[in-house]
Design a protein around this ligand. Structure first.
Ligand code: UD1
Ligand code: MG
Length: 511
């Protein structure tokens, strides 16, 4: 498709952002899933610009690295000294002498700008054949911003900075958003003639308008419908205010799309997250990065998901997950920690105080309590006993544990990797499993218990314990069966789930 107006986007991002008081350049501060400059580039995305130039200066290396990772099509142009917004655009166009058509300039610190608004501005500019068009907004408090000064007929006369404005001009509430469309040739003409005769001694891009007007060129003003889109960010208080505005905008969009947010004020969803209809997000929840929440899933309260996919119908309660996958109908938490490459299959369960890293938990398998699962593969319908550790690290290397399907491992097991437990195998509570357990076998790896009868009566005589023991023993003489323990042999106390037909007498159930 041939473009009548080839478009070039210029983003101004060389300023230091002194008032942020940060070692991070202002435009790299994060805001719900993107950096400030990332939001601005995203707003310009539908313009299908032939070229995107980003003027960098302060923290140039960091900004360049960020662009290389997130907007590789953009070219950084270096502005060694920040001599003003006009100077910045001049440098950009000097670096791209072939540019003709429409030049769209965006301040790098206006992150709430909507793509639709940028498109409207540029479309109006191009269809009117204007030399320059500025995006303006009516704001409640114009302090610090450039004012749109119109003549008696309502036509743009000039843009005046706060510090150069007369009292009359200061009363104007129509401000310059710092977003513009220009005709490249006419912009180049006047950029070379900018003066620094102003309060800051800078080349003001805004002076281009006054110069074009006096040359009789047509200039336009495009008023933004929603003034919050034009808010800039100069310090961290403003950044926090922008974050709240963006949160509300994102949350409203998801609620209108059929997602239930039980407490929108404490729900923070990055712009990069996706949710399906009938997902439910409970209070105090952050959904970040590339996270996805499927239909009918319930996430929260008190959940943080980072780059984590939650399948339809799953639940995640009071938990933290990074780079994990929670399958359909699976259940996580309360108080679980899912780390990168934790993959939970359909209907599996990771319960309370359980940490999982780089492991697959098969369909319907459960890790209910107090357990670390690292570098493991667990088959289907298996149950891992409470308080177990997958001992994956020998101090130098990581090793894998493989647990088969329909396995039942006892409470308080250590699986010293590399090790395998076969399909349908059991392990006894308190076992340190260092050798493979074949399918169908019971792995027992613990010292046998020895009871020293009467030890307390003899060695702790006179204590409350000794007295209690005496009373119990006296009582037991009347009822001899009560004190006898399970017979030795195959009394393997232990799987963490109450399993029908579990081995041995007195099986301790922990679920
Ligand atoms: C600018 C406008 C003002 C407008 C406001 C909107 C001018 C002279 N004034 O003021 O009318 O209301 O934006 O937010 O343009 N930058 C560079 N190189 C420089 C100077 C600035 O890249 O030499 C970049 C900054 O990093 C920033 C943007 O340009 O992203 C705007 O600069 P800033 O100093 O914030 O201008 P304002 O005083 O806010
Ligand atoms: Mg500014």
């Amino acid at each position: 498709m041939s473009e009548p107006h080839p478009r070039t986007v210029v983003v101004l991002a060389a300023g230091e952002g002194k008032r942020m008081k940060s070692s991070l350049p202002k435009v790299l501060h994060p805001l719900l899933g993107r950096t400030l400059v990332g939001h601005v580039l995203n707003a310009a995305d539908p313009l299908d610009a032939a070229r995107t130039l980003v003027v960098v200066g302060h923290g140039a290396e960091q900004v360049r690295a960020h662009l290389a990772g997130t907007a590789p099509a953009a070219t950084a142009v270096h502005q060694a000294e920040q001599l003003g917004t006009g100077h910045a655009v001049r440098i950009a166009l000097e670096a791209a002498p072939e540019v003709t058509g429409t030049v769209v300039v965006l301040n790098g610190d206006v992150p709430l700008l909507r793509p639709e608004t940028v498109v409207e501005l540029v479309t109006a500019h191009e269809s009117e054949g204007a030399a320059a068009t500025v995006l303006a907004a009516e704001v409640p408090d114009p302090t610090g911003l450039g004012r749109i000064v119109r003549d008696a007929a309502g036509r743009l006369e000039q843009i005046v900075e706060q510090r150069d404005a007369s009292p009359d001009q200061l009363a104007v509430r129509e401000i310059n958003a710092g977003i513009y469309a220009f005709d490249a040739a006419r912009l180049r003409d006047v950029l070379g003639k900018l003066s620094t005769d102003n309060d800051q001694g800078e080349e003001y891009l805004t002076d281009v308008f006054k110069m074009l007007v006096s040359a009789g060129e047509p200039v336009g003003v495009h008023l933004a419908a929603d003034h919050t889109e034009t808010l800039g960010c100069n310090d961290r208080v403003e950044l926090a205010a922008l974050r709240r505005l963006l949160r509300d905008r994102v949350n409203e969009r998801w609620m209108r799309a059929g997602v239930s947010l039980l407490d929108p004020e404490t729900t923070w969803i990055d712009v990069t997250v996706a949710l399906d209809r009938d997902a439910v997000v409970d209070q105090n929840t952050q959904l970040c990065g590339g996270s996805v929440v499927g239909s009918g899933a319930v996430v929260g309260p008190d959940v943080t998901l980072i780059d984590t996919v939650v399948g339809p119908g799953a639940t995640v309660l009071r938990s933290h997950a990074v780079g994990a996958e929670v399958g359909p109908g699976a259940s996580v938490g309360p108080y679980a920690y899912l780390r990168p490459d934790a993959r939970l299959a359909e209907r599996s369960k990771v319960g309370t105080f359980v940490e999982v890293k780089n492991s697959e938990i098969g369909v319907g398998s459960k890790v209910p309590h107090l357990t670390y699962v690292g570098d493991a593969t667990i088959g289907e319908q298996s149950n891992i006993g409470a308080a177990s550790v997958f001992v994956n690290y020998d101090g130098v290397r990581k090793h894998r544990t493989v647990i088969g399907s329909h396995a039942r491992t006892g409470a308080d097991n250590m699986f010293v990797a590399p090790v395998r437990v076969g399909d349908g195998a059991y392990t006894a509570a308190g076992s340190v499993i260092i050798e493979d357990v074949p399918s169908g076998a019971m792995g027992v790896a613990r010292a046998r218990q020895r009871n020293i009868d009467g030890w307390v009566l003899k060695r702790r005589a006179g204590t409350a314990a000794a007295e209690a023991a005496e009373r119990a023993l006296r009582g037991a003489q009347g009822a001899p069966a009560a004190a006898s323990s399970a017979s030795e042999g195959e009394a393997i106390h232990g799987t963490a789930e109450s399993v029908g037909g579990a081995p041995g007498a007195g099986d301790t159930a922990t679920e």
